[in-house]
Design a binder for this molecule. Sequence first.
Ligand SMILES: *Cc1c(COP(=O)(O)O)cnc(C)c1O
Length: 231
Amino acid sequence: MTTPAAAAPLATVLARIRDAERRHGRAPGSVGLLAVSKQQPPEAIAALAASGQRAFGENYLQEALPKVARLEGLGLSWHFIGRIQSNKTRDIAAHFTWVHTLDRLKIAERLDAQRPPGLPPLECLVEVNVSGEASKGGIDPAALPELLACCRELPRLRLRGLMALPAPEDDFARQRAGFRRVREALAALGDPTLDTLSMGTSGDFEAAIAEGATIVRIGTALFGARPRAEG
Ligand SMILES: *Cc1c(COP(=O)(O)O)cnc(C)c1O
């Protein structure tokens, strides 16, 4: 059911995305919205879907699987954006369209081997760490060429680009500087088939769009504050 409670924030976020595209010389419609639905109940996801949103991002497999099953038939596409443990790859390969957080060959090989034959190749992004924070996921941009070369041998994965979650900054120029490093890491690869940059969250997506994001990942600005602290 379309409820004003779901439709209003979605319209606001979409208007801000289109406005940022215009202001920063991006082609209209070149930035896609991934609604990050971690810790949100299926009803909240269904409400956004009724307003036209199709792509949803989940971080935790256990939490995501029942929601994916419950909302089957709505034509949603599910993106896995959390850390990937190797014992979770089979379900990720079977139930998700995209993975944003590839960061090692072992995981890539498992996803490739486990992608069900009836489904198209899994759309994959490699997560890069441009903040140098040891606690954060993602690989050093210097390690990208080797990982990408190995992943290109895997026929059931389709490499699309990079994802990043730079350290939060309040200042627009500092936000841009983090995203610029991601854009430069992609450009350095010199591969036109890598057409996707997943970067920008509720607090900094306009800066990410200024630096070339093609997918922004937004939770709080769509659903409100999450019910509990992140695990
Ligand atoms: C939670 C999360 C987001 C969304 O963050 P908000 O601040 O709620 O918009 C985006 N990307 C990743 C990887 C996340 O874990």
